[in-house]
Write a protein that binds this ligand. Structure first.
Ligand code: ADP
Ligand code: MG
Length: 471
């Protein structure tokens, strides 16, 4: 059916690139992943190195200079013999790709497309679709919204203006909205992500173009920097940023910054920059409450109705299910609605509740870590009728080893815990033991229908709290 499992393709001996990608995303965050790492494809594995592909030379250089160490580290967890990675430049067949992805990925992710072009202007990407008018208000984002409105009315009063929140909460949306309004008033608006600021900086040094770089940024009336937590570069760059920052404040330009955390929690950013941030107005966006989540679902449906000619509707049940279960971020709520609607268009019917659960499986798992290792261990022990002490012991009797491996496998696929974290929760086992367990269960699933059945039953119990009495 339409359920898909990352680990299903894991062959016992070859490297599963999807798995590595997932780990990279967890480790380096969505922005870095979406902008760069997602573009890496697996080509071939050799005895001690990997051949990967990227679409351009520029992406290769960027990835090699900043993320290669981490990539190798993660690859080594799965294949310790790998000591280096080589990249081949393979141009993307982007049209086909986007066609293939369309079913479950409708309107999201238009960002991150046009970064290859090299002019400064290309970096100044204000998205016309993210405006104040279509920002849905709730308790959790009201403060940030109001402060944003005040910022555009009252130039330089809140300066710098710093918004922070987890991923998918509406930071970029508000930054965009402000940028658009400032533009309407003919201000010179520079809107850039910290990632790109760093890239532009490095590139300008290489091409001896620092003067232009400085001029360009210092010329802005409004400098908006998104995701400042990624500004983790070398001293020289922070130095330049600090000077740009001061020069702009001096001449009365407005500075607006977003981050995933409060200024004092930023790591690898100079103290004096942090203290500058703290000196302005700092507001956060909290997680959306039920009421806001419901409003977002309704708003998204409205939007889609205008987008398609055929009728778009979602039963109250399912609207309610999404609003109740998808709590992590607004982006996920929107993603969930998109997926359900895509499903209904493809299969020409509305999914029922249990189909909805399958379609949204990965989003449901992410929700607030509802799936804990403890829950998995408890349910697996119950299922196999062993005690938790037995599961966590070092005894290697067969009747304990399988349940233990099953619990480890389920933890790997149902939580976002890293291998070492899982190891710790299973009586400090080594991460290689964890990999071995995952691979063993994968292999058994391929040859033993009972294993498949057990895993499915357990998954349903863990994820959807299904009844215990139908063994
Ligand atoms: P962040 O920058 O915090 O990661 P974004 O601003 O990119 O989050 O928001 C993620 C998605 O959710 C975007 O499509 C954005 O338009 C939408 N979104 C976020 N908050 C709201 C809101 N309050 N009203 C409507 N759409 C929202
Ligand atoms: Mg953002």
């Amino acid at each position: 059916m339409f359920s898909k499992n990352n680990l299903n393709n894991l062959k016992t001996n070859s490297l599963d690139w999807n798995l590595i990608q997932t780990e990279l995303k967890n480790k380096l965050g969505n922005e870095v992943y979406e902008s760069w790492l997602k573009k890496i494809h697996f080509l071939e594995e050799f005895s001690n190195y990997l051949l990967l592909s990227v679409p351009t030379r520029f992406i290769r250089d960027w990835i090699t200079s900043r993320y290669l160490d981490q990539i190798i580290k993660i690859v080594k967890i799965y294949k310790k013999d790998i000591i280096r990675i080589e990249f081949k430049i393979v141009e993307q067949k982007s049209k086909n790709e986007s066609l293939n992805n369309r079913n479950f990925n409708l309107v999201e992710d238009k960002e991150n497309i046009s970064f290859i072009k090299d002019t400064y202007l290309q970096y100044n990407r204000i998205d016309q679709n993210k405006r104040f008018e279509n920002f849905v208000l709730g308790k959790s984002n009201k403060l940030a919204y109001e402060a944003s409105l005040k910022t555009i009315e009252n130039l330089s009063h809140y300066n710098p203006f710093y918004i922070y929140a987890g991923v998918g909460m509406g930071k970029t949306h508000l930054l965009n909205s402000m940028g658009l309004e400032f533009k309407k008033n003919n201000k010179k608006v520079m809107f850039i992500s910290a990632e790109r600021f760093m890239y532009q900086f490095v590139k300008s040094i290489k091409s001896n173009n620092m003067v232009k770089f400085k001029e360009y940024f210092r010329n802005a009336d409004i400098l908006i920097i998104d995701d400042i937590q990624f500004m983790n570069g070398k001293e020289a760059m922070q130095e330049e940023f600090f000077h740009t920052f001061n020069a702009l404040l001096d001449k009365g330009s407005q500075i607006i910054v977003s981050a995933d955390r409060a200024p004092n929690k930023l790591s690898r950013i100079q103290e004096r920059i942090k203290s500058r941030f703290s000196g302005g107005l700092v507001v956060d966006i909290q997680k959306p409450d039920y009421e806001l989540r419901k409003k977002i679902v309704q708003k998204k449906l409205e939007d889609l109705k205008n987008f398609y000619t055929e009728e778009i509707k979602l039963s109250d049940d399912i609207q309610d299910f999404i609003s109740t279960e998808i709590t992590a971020s607004i982006r996920e709520i929107i993603g969930a609605v998109n997926r359900i609607i895509s499903f209904s268009r493809v299969y020409k019917k509305m999914p029922n509740l249990s189909e909805t659960k399958v379609i949204l499986k990965d989003l449901l798992n992410l929700t607030e870590n509802k799936v804990t290792i403890d829950l998995i261990q408890t349910l697996v022990c119950k299922f196999f009728k062993i005690s938790k002490n037995e599961m966590l012991s070092s005894r290697r009797s067969r009747y304990l080893v399988r349940p233990r491996q099953t619990a480890i496998y389920l933890t790997k696929i149902l939580t976002s815990k890293s291998l070492p974290e899982i190891g710790r929760e299973f009586s400090n086992r080594d991460h290689t033991t964890i990999i071995h367990s995952v691979k063993t269960i994968e292999r058994l699933k391929e040859i033993d229908p009972e294993m498949v059945d057990n895993i499915n039953k357990l998954k349903n119990r863990i994820l959807y709290n299904e009844k215990q009495n139908e063994i």
